[in-house]
Write a protein that binds this ligand. Structure first.
Ligand code: UT7
Length: 335
């Protein structure tokens, strides 16, 4: 740990990204066999065509480790150089210890503190915010931020209104105080409103309602989603978050908005309210579904590795996410 130079906040750079999605894929046709639904309904209501589903021997930490190795390699930073690992997840491998500790062990990142944070779909951007403060203040030089979720383990596959939405995956970014990289701007925002705690949640399995046989039989240990309420909340926060970042950076040309991949209709509706053309808002939801905390870092890594970020050099990149908590937030970068 080092001190910030002269009490001045340090520049925070993004140096590498990585992602991983399991090999197994559930198509809409697979859901037609599980619940009363159709490919047509899922496609028109959500834009989703397929999602990746973890194999039996995969879990949040195993996916995250694969993503982390590529991110570290891309960053040119060794695991022992990490000071901190922050993992946004609502599906840790165990109730405790933190998946971050399992990831640390697997990577051999022996000099890193490690913890999970729970902000559901906003988990990666919450992680970026935390990591950025550590790097900016000098509390850490190199931080691995992970967004990873294995939602297939908590989805109710009898509930057609929610099961078709979700997929598994992991994405990572390495943030550092080193010279270079892509600048994380200090205008990121975090928000929460616990009055919406039951809009998307799991009732049983925590300290308030421990697991009982009855809870298992009635599937109270699985995710319950008030889809319509999340829909309205997501559109309105998406618009507010992106507008806030655009207003904070009038000097920068917008390159791309990379939103949490929640539902294509939510993305389209917010985009048209913002008056942005289709090519300014990235979407890969057709191929991944909603992967919760992993959705933004998977999207970013896909864009980086395909060379699509190259055209945005020097431009403003805006990220926004919203989900259970309710929790939402934004981040901005000069690419
Ligand atoms: O990242 C945060 C987590 N994400 C979310 O919580 C999801 C956000 N919400 C959504 O994406 C959308 O609200 C859904 C995709 C969940 C639902 O779309 P919607 O346009 O809001 O549909 P709805 O819930 O208003 O339901 C319309 C109809 C209902 O039937 P009736 O009552 O009109 O007869 C549902 O029962 O669609 C029915 N329905 C389905 N039909 C076929 C719901 N799910 C399905 C399905 N297949 N899978």
């Amino acid at each position: 740990m080092v001190e910030s130079r002269n009490g001045v906040l340090r520049r925070v750079g993004l140096f590498g990204t990585g992602s991983y999605a399991p090999e197994k894929v559930y198509s809409n046709a697979d859901f037609e066999k599980m619940v009363d639904t159709t490919d047509e309904w899922i496609t028109t209501r959500t834009g989703i065509k397929e999602r990746h589903i973890a194999a039996e021997d995969e879990a949040t930490s195993t996916m995250a480790v694969r993503a982390a190795r590529s991110a570290l390699e891309a960053a040119g930073i060794a695991p022992e150089e990490l000071d901190l690992i922050v993992v946004g997840t609502v599906t840790p491998d165990h109730p405790f210890p933190a998946s971050a500790c399992l990831i640390q062990r697997e990577l051999g990142a022996w000099n890193a503190a490690a913890f999970d944070l729970s902000a559901a779909c906003a988990g990666f951007l919450y992680g970026v915010s935390v990591a950025s403060q550590f790097v900016a203040t000098g509390a850490a030089n190199n931080v691995l931020v992970v967004g990873a979720d294995t939602l297939s383990r908590i989805v109710n596959y009898k509930d057609r209104g929610s099961c078709i939405l979700f997929g598994d995956g992991a994405g990572c970014a390495v943030l550092s105080s080193r010279d270079g990289g892509h600048e994380i701007l200090p205008s990121g925002t975090l928000h929460a409103d616990g009055r919406g705690a039951e809009v998307i949640y799991i009732h049983s399995g925590g300290s308030q309602h421990p697991i009982t046989h009855e809870a298992l039989e009635t599937r109270l240990h699985q995710m319950q989603v008030s889809g319509r309420e999340v829909y309205k909340f997501a559109v309105s926060k998406f618009v507010d978050l992106v507008r806030g970042q655009l207003e904070a950076h009038p000097d920068l040309e917008l390159g791309l908005v990379i939103p949490h991949q929640v539902n294509q209709r939510i993305i389209d509706s917010a985009r048209s309210r913002l008056g942005l053309p289709e090519e300014k808002v990235y979407s890969n939801i057709a191929r991944f579904g909603n992967t919760s905390a992993a959705s933004i870092p998977i999207a970013l890594d896909e864009l980086v590795r395909s060379g699509q970020m190259d055209e945005h050099r020097g431009k403003l990149i805006v990220f926004c996410a919203f989900g259970a908590g309710l929790a939402w937030g934004s981040a901005a970068m000069r690419w």
